[in-house]
Ligand binder design. Structure first.
Ligand SMILES: [Zn+2]
Ligand SMILES: [Zn+2]
Length: 341
């Protein structure tokens, strides 16, 4: 297995469609595992990566960081995984394990985070990947691979802030955006015992949002409903990208309320309410290794399931276009159709 070339899909330049690529499998270090990929979810961050939105992309760029597969080789110091184990891997594939943040168990804040990405040097839209075994998570046996794939990034991204920032039962939580992240956020928030409102630009999503776990549904440009919700939420979790109405949304937060960004919307707000209502606006990034483990058990226990469209990896460009057109319902997972590589 070790010497076989890896097949993948890469953007050769910024913003370009993905094309087939072949490369030597990266050597595995003593703590690493190589994983034969069966499934890889498509995340907005992959598109941002292709477009070099974060300014860290190197080309050719193989995206993909919601990975499920089976371990095919292990480094000499790996004791917790063995060949054949089914594992999930998220955005973070390694960390320095010694900086201030890694030492206190917040690996997602590692000082070396830029080179900790699973897609360095090549990501999951490929036949195999090598990562640090401490960032490859054994999956619950009964969890379908396409479900686990989505949980590895989208799942932990919404679970982590909902768990750590909204700590009282029956808090009122608003989830802005009912897409790949938001539809999971609704499920986790309900399972955590909160009173949940979905805030979406699309009235068509009401029925499904309620089925995912929302107690209430508000259309984001329905000013009357948002006015009625003034000063009502303890926390807003913003999964949306692009434009949002900051003034109206911040107005719906209770005093001392928190506005948590996990998507990347344009930022524009008036500071008056922020100061006078003691609001916090904060970001949340992935989750630690401990949070990842906890999230997987929680999702299994509460039967949290992303709604997935399965497509073969050969259709990766079609999948990207579907997500760009905002037509994914709700998360696309690509399965490996490249055979035994
Ligand atoms: Zn992601
Ligand atoms: Zn570190």
């Amino acid at each position: 297995m070790q010497d076989m070339k890896v097949l993948g899909y890469a953007a050769r330049e910024k913003g370009e469609p993905l094309e087939p690529i072949e490369y030597e499998p990266p050597k595995i270090g003593k703590h690493d595992v190589r994983v034969r990929i069966t499934h890889c979810g498509l995340c907005q961050t992959d598109i941002h990566g292709i477009d070099d939105y974060y300014g860290i992309t190197t080309y050719p760029f193989v995206p993909g960081h919601e990975i499920v597969g089976s371990v095919s080789s292990v480094g000499s110091a790996v004791s917790e995984l063995k060949e054949g184990d089914r594992v999930g891997i998220g955005w973070q594939g390694r960390s320095c394990m010694k900086c201030e943040w890694c030492s206190q168990g917040e690996e997602q804040l590692c000082e070396d985070i830029v080179s900790s990405g699973t897609w360095m040097p090549y990501g999951g839209f490929s036949s195999s990947i090598s990562v640090d075994s401490r960032f490859a998570y054994l999956l619950p046996e009964a969890m379908p691979s396409e479900v686990a794939a989505v949980l590895m990034c989208a799942g932990v991204t919404v679970y982590s802030p909902l768990k750590s920032l909204a700590t009282r039962d029956k808090q009122k939580i608003g989830i802005i955006g009912v897409g790949g992240l938001g539809h999971l956020g609704l499920q986790f928030a309900q399972a955590l015992g909160y009173e949940v409102t979905a805030i979406s630009s699309s009235p068509k999503k009401k029925k499904e949002a309620l089925a995912f776990g929302a107690d209430h549904f508000i259309i984001s440009d329905d000013h009357d409903s948002l006015q009625n919700a003034m000063l009502s939420f303890d926390l807003l979790l913003c999964t949306a990208h692009g434009k949002i109405d900051w003034e109206l949304l911040l107005g719906t937060l209770k005093k001392n309320g928190k506005f948590v960004l996990v998507g990347f919307p344009d930022v524009k707000f008036n500071s008056t309410d922020l100061v006078a209502h003691q609001l916090s606006i904060t970001g949340s990034f992935l989750g630690s290794r401990a949070t990842m483990q906890e999230m997987l058990s929680f999702a299994q226990e509460h039967k949290i399931k992303p709604k997935v469209e399965l497509m073969p990896m050969a259709k990766v460009n079609e999948a990207i276009q579907t997500l760009k057109d905002n037509k994914a319902r709700y998360r696309i997972v690509l399965f490996n159709d490249m055979g035994e590589h």
